[in-house]
Design a protein around this ligand. Structure first.
Ligand code: FES
Length: 146
């Protein structure tokens, strides 16, 4: 699968890949955003519900099609995001995602790892009018530190 790291973390990634958490759709999401890794065409679409204050993420659901890293990363991130402050989401970077996954990832696969993070961040920034409404996020747009 092209990832290094301890067996425990690899098992965890495979578990999230095979049994993704928060997979599906949410009723009446605050916003929905989709992104893809153009290298392979794999996609993640994410529904986000914000708390009434709009300062905190209440729930996230995603669906997608792609490699184990991209889908496991989306699954793990969906768990992390529930209850997270919107500001904290916007400060996440690739290192946070790699730490979350707990494995060494080649430069090529970093794009897989950060796809869900970029979808969540772009969707949030578009919702708050901090970013132009782009149809679809890609891992090639260089909009964060990846
Ligand atoms: Fe497509 Fe990983 S190979 S996102």
């Amino acid at each position: 699968m092209g990832i290094g790291g301890s067996d425990m973390y690899r098992q965890q990634i495979l578990d999230h890949y095979k049994n993704p958490r928060n997979y599906g759709e949410l009723q009446d999401p605050t916003f929905t955003h989709v992104g893809e890794n153009p290298v392979c065409g794999d996609t993640i679409e994410m529904d986000v519900v914000l708390a009434d204050s709009e300062e905190t993420i209440e729930r996230v659901a995603f669906r997608g099609d792609g490699c184990a890293i991209s889908q496991a990363s989306a699954s793990m991130l969906s768990e992390e995001l529930a209850g997270m402050a919107v500001d904290d989401l916007l400060e996440l970077d690739r290192d946070d995602i790699i730490d979350m996954l707990g494995v060494e990832i080649s430069a090529m696969r970093v794009k897989c790892a950060v796809l869900a993070e970029k979808v969540a961040q772009d969707g949030t920034e578009i919702y708050f009018g901090e970013k132009d409404d782009i149809n679809r996020t890609t891992t090639e747009d260089g909009s964060d530190s990846t």
